[in-house]
Design a protein around this ligand. Sequence first.
Ligand SMILES: *[C@@H]1O[C@H](CO)[C@@H](O)[C@H](O)[C@H]1NC(C)=O
Length: 291
Amino acid sequence: MNKTEYIFSVLYYVSILSVIVIVDARGRGGRVFDKNYVVTWGNILKFNQGREVQLLMDKASGSAFESKHNYGSGFFQMRIKLPLRDSAGVVTAFYLTSKGNAHDELDFEFLGNRGGKPIAIQTNVFTNGQGNREQKFVLWFDPTTNFHTYGILWNPYHIVFYVDKVPIRIFKNKKRFGVGYPSKPMKVVASLWNGEDWATDGGKAKINWSYAPFKANFQRFFDSGCHMDGQKQSGKFCGSAIYWWNRRIYSRLTENEEKAFKHVRTKYMNYDYCSDRPRFPVPPIECRWNQ
Ligand SMILES: *[C@@H]1O[C@H](CO)[C@@H](O)[C@H](O)[C@H]1NC(C)=O
C-alpha cells in the first residue's frame, strides 16, 4: 500500500465510522428518558445515560413519570421489569390517559404478589369516564427477572394490548354502534404505587414493608405517536395513514396474531368482565366484537 492508498483507506474507514456513530446516536436519542418524558411524582433513578429509569416506592411515597407530549394515536411500547420477590399490594402501571372530566384511559396494571406466586396483569379501557372493563391474565413468564415489552396500539380501527409480540386484548372501534372509543389527547404514564386495598387477594394481602424500597425498571422512551398538543392538531389528522401504525395492515390482527390471541385468552385469561354475569347480567354491547 502506498501513501495515497493508505490515506484513502483511512478516510474511508473514518467516514464509515462516523455514519455508524451518527445513526447510533439518533437511535439512542429516541430512547433517552429526558427527551420525551418527565418525572411527575416521587423518586426515580436514571441509569445508562438516561436510557433506563427505576421507579421507587417506600412507605413515604410511590413514584411516576409521564410523556411530555399528548398523543392522538400511536403504538406505545415500553420494556418493563417488575419489583422482585414479595410485592403483594404493590401496583406497577403503564397506561395512556387524558386529563380532565369524562376521561379516556388504556391501562396495564401489574398486581404484585406474595413471593413465588404469579403476578397478574390487569387491563382496562375507559371511554368518556366509563371504565369497568377489566380483563385479567396470568403471565407465562416471570416478569420480575427480565425486561419484557408491553405495548398499546391505538389507531382508528382498534386498540390492541400486547405482551411481547402477543396480542392479549383487543377493543374495536364500534363508534357507529354507539360504543365509546378513546379520542381525547392522551399522555403515556408509568407509576409505582400502593394498591394494597385491592390489588392482591382482594385487598387481603398487604404490603410487607421489610422489602421496601420496591423497584420497577423501564426502558425505551420513544416518541411513538401522533402529537396532539393544544388545538393545533385535530384527532382526525392523527388517524392519517402517513403514520405507520394507522396503515391497513394494522387494522386487524394477522393470522398468526389471531392464533396467539385465542391461545392466550383460553389459557391465561382468568377474569373477563364480558363473562361476569353477576356483575353484568347482560354483557356490555362491545363484548360481542372483542372476543
Ligand atoms: C415480611 O417479610 C419478612 C422477611 O422475609 C418476614 O420475616 C416477615 O414475617 C414478613 N411479614 C409479614 C407480615 O408477612
